[in-house]
Design a protein around this ligand. Structure first.
Ligand SMILES: [Zn+2]
Length: 209
């Protein structure tokens, strides 16, 4: 049975909270993680179906995290998701030649930040950005430092150019919120999640996550 096409019986067995099959329920791994910057994840439909995807654990753990699944968004719908009055919304994305960051006047000082994160492969996230001018027009937040060394063992299990959405989001929140943001329990839980996925696939240490 393919993981992409669960039988009706398997769907019935899905956990009502994390919406995953009971055999891979993530709820026990969730670590409530206080933070003040709301996170909106735009998730490519292909990612939603991946057992190895990290966003379900992120959504279960962050107190203010919305996930919208889609590939093509109508401008009005996307604008409603992206812009909330009284908030300064930033897109977690580097300033790259293929999609340069916009030059914008600074937002009024004192506005609280919201973070928009794209959950897709590098190629698909770039396509998403280029196809949606409202996304490309958002001020960017780029990660300023590489992930801490202690995660190298997990990262080594992936393609070198790929950092999970969970790790990137956690790093961005740490960057924005400083030492008051305590992500270690969530990162430890993510470590266990990576090990569980690898163990289920019988390819521990070699699976791209
Ligand atoms: Zn669950």
């Amino acid at each position: 049975m393919s993981a992409d096409t669960p039988t009706p019986a398997a769907r019935r067995l899905a956990c009502p909270r994390c919406l995953r099959p009971a055999s891979s329920c993530l709820c026990a791994l969730a670590r409530p993680t206080p933070h003040r910057t709301p996170v909106l994840v735009l998730q490519h439909p292909q990612e939603q179906r991946q057992a190895k995807n990290s966003v379900a654990l992120l959504r279960l753990s962050l107190q203010h995290c919305e996930v919208v699944v889609g590939e093509h968004f109508a401008p009005a719908v996307l604008n409603a998701w992206l812009h909330r009055p009284g908030w300064d919304t930033r897109l977690l994305y580097p300033d790259v030649p293929a999609a340069p960051a916009p030059h914008l006047p600074a937002a009024p000082a004192g506005l609280p930040l919201r973070l928009v994160v794209l959950d897709a492969t590098w190629r698909k996230s770039l396509r998403l950005l280029l196809a949606h001018p409202a996304l490309a027009a958002l001020p960017r937040l780029a990660l300023v430092a590489p992930p801490p060394t202690r995660y190298r063992s997990i990262r080594a299990a992936r393609r070198p150019d790929q950092v999970s959405t969970l790790e990137a989001t956690v790093q961005a929140l740490a960057q924005l919120e400083g030492p008051g943001f305590h992500a270690q329990p969530l990162l430890d839980a993510f470590d266990r999640f990576v090990q569980q996925v690898a163990a289920r696939r019988g390819g521990a240490g070699t699976e791209a996550v």
